[in-house]
Design a protein around this ligand. Structure first.
Ligand code: SF4
Ligand code: SF4
Length: 68
């Protein structure tokens, strides 16, 4: 199972990563970041992260790091 590190304070909330995650493991946070928007967070689901890196590649702000 891969692990994610998301820089929440750089996230601008475009939600591209949520759209591209094949496992549905990302969602909007209920709290605000330093930019005043709801950043994306990782959520534990029935499936675990497969480390495909789609979320990291698509992020225009380079907020997401994958550790395999
Ligand atoms: S690496 Fe792939 S499976 Fe894991 S959170 Fe990102 S898009 Fe989803
Ligand atoms: S793609 Fe990057 S900037 Fe866009 S919502 Fe996801 S983490 Fe935030």
């Amino acid at each position: 199972m891969a692990k994610l590190k998301i820089n929440k304070n750089r996230c601008k909330g475009c939600l591209l990563c949520i759209t591209y995650c094949p496992k549905g493991l990302l969602k909007k946070s209920q709290s605000l970041n330093k930019l005043g928007i709801q950043p994306v967070i990782f959520v534990a689901g029935r499936d675990s992260c497969i480390g495909c890196s789609f979320c990291a590649i698509i992020c225009p702000e380079c907020c997401i790091e994958i550790f395999k």
